[in-house]
Design a protein around this ligand. Structure first.
Ligand code: UD1
Length: 420
């Protein structure tokens, strides 16, 4: 297993470009199963999760033609596709559950593995299943698989999600595109990645309209050929912003829409970062003294992204005073805390709230990655530690950050990948 060696402390300086969004690419790729005609998707990030999704589509029968730089893919489906999403592919990435909606909508049946648990929480798929059931899917769970079928085309319906869920909203929207009649989804997640998915589907002739958290979909018989460029990764952009603020650095972060991280930028302004916003880039300079923030709370968009929680926690470890962070989305998303404590952090957890004493001086240590976002927090922490740190199990990082060490090296971080 590869690991990162980081020699701290470092200060980031220079220019960095943001890659395509993993979380927008995954539902868009899953939705290509709805198409009879070729689809071209551009600006894919070159990360493990995208490879997994492309392998899953290939296993279902799609022809995948990647460009030389692997950022553009042309997908051509066969007339007859397989409908079996195996455990071996689904278990490595929960996002694989997003093939369920398109499979039953287009091919009227599917055997899709249940994704199983995950370190950051139970992460069930009950909202996906009950929404698809309302659209006409029959299912039973057997041997860890969802055995699903429909009597022909799905039928439009009114669905109110009991809780806001990104994945369940995406699965339902994709499925409803080819359903008969009108579907109204209420209490939807409205993260930018979901809007990217609906822009993609509308570019192919789908009839999707938004009004607040309500999404109306008028089913069509078929979707047209299309070419679509995936949005930039707002979490990667936010992570670089924290890197600049944390290390008293100075970065120009390019090729993304700053509006996608407006809430997080407000927080960074509060802690003292100086930020100049343009249409597709920002310049950010870290403050001499980082001000603490009393109650940061993760929330659905447009709130503070849960995927930014661990990075913000590292920042608060360096703040001049006490702060706290409440995690409202996932029940067990403080896995990075134990590792940060090994570097010297002073953090107490009470239920879903972390109390952080600032002004901590980190000393380099050997660290273990646990999940994607926790791992990037460890990279940030190692960047402000005195001495050498090694971060093990970085396959978690490789799932979602494109060329992280190459990008960080270019902006002044002493980082090396040790291949094993
Ligand atoms: C997506 C993102 C992930 C992000 C999360 C929240 C992708 C591939 N992943 O994950 O990076 O952290 O949104 O912004 O886009 N829940 C249920 N039953 C369900 C579905 C969800 O109880 O059927 C719960 C989850 O356990 C969690 C909460 O609802 O506590 C929100 O989860 P959800 O929004 O569905 O997250 P994901 O789509 O899995």
């Amino acid at each position: 297993m590869d690991k990162f060696l980081i020699n701290g402390p470092c200060k980031v300086k220079g220019k960095v470009s943001v890659s395509g969004s993993k979380n927008a690419s995954l539902p868009i790729l899953a939705a290509t199963l709805l198409f009879d005609k070729p689809v071209i998707i551009k600006n894919l990030p070159i990360v493990k999760d995208i490879k997994t999704m492309l392998n899953l589509l290939k296993s279902l029968g799609s022809k995948i033609v990647l460009s030389k730089d692997k950022k553009t893919v042309k997908i051509i489906n066969k007339k007859k596709m397989k409908t079996f999403a195996s455990y071996s592919l689904v278990k490595t990435m929960r996002g694989s559950i997003l093939v369920l909606g398109p499979l039953i909508s287009k091919f009227y049946k599917s055997k899709t593995s249940l994704p199983g648990g995950c370190l950051i929480g139970a992460r069930p798929v009950n909202y996906h299943l009950s929404a698809l059931k309302k659209l006409g899917m029959d299912y039973k769970i057997k041997d860890g698989y969802i055995l699903a079928k429909t009597k022909g085309r799905l039928k439009g319906s009114m669905i109110k999600f009991p809780k806001i869920s990104v994945g369940a909203t995406e699965n339902s929207i994709i499925a409803a595109c080819l359903a008969k009649g009108k579907t109204v989804l209420k209490n939807c997640a409205i993260e930018p990645e979901i809007k990217d998915l609906t822009n993609f589907l509308n570019s192919a002739g789908a009839k999707i309209k938004w009004s607040g958290r309500t999404c109306k979909i008028l089913g069509t018989d078929t979707l047209n050929q299309t070419e679509y460029t995936v949005m930039a990764d707002r979490i990667e952009a936010g992570t670089f912003c924290v890197a600049a603020t944390l290390t008293k650095g100075n970065l120009e972060i390019r090729d993304f829409n700053p509006d996608m991280i407006r809430t997080e930028l407000e927080l960074l302004k509060k802690v003292g970062a100086r930020i100049k916003i343009d249409s597709n880039k920002i310049k950010i300079t870290g403050p001499k003294k980082i001000k603490p923030i009393k109650n940061i709370k993760t929330k659905e968009w447009p709130g503070v992204a849960t995927d930014m929680q661990s990075q913000l926690m590292v920042l608060m470890c360096r703040a001049d005073g006490k702060s706290s962070i409440t995690e409202n989305i996932f029940e067990n998303r403080f896995l990075h805390v134990g590792e940060l404590q090994r570097l010297g952090a002073n953090i107490q957890i009470k239920k879903n709230k972390a109390f952080i004493d600032g002004n901590t001086k980190f000393v380099g240590a050997e660290l273990m990655s646990s999940d994607l976002r926790a791992s990037v927090a460890l990279v940030l922490a190692a960047m402000i530690s005195n001495g050498k740190s090694s971060i093990n199990r970085i396959y978690h990082l490789d799932r979602g950050y494109e060329n992280l060490e190459i990008k960080l090296k270019k902006i002044g971080v002493k980082i090396k990948r040790l291949k094993k």
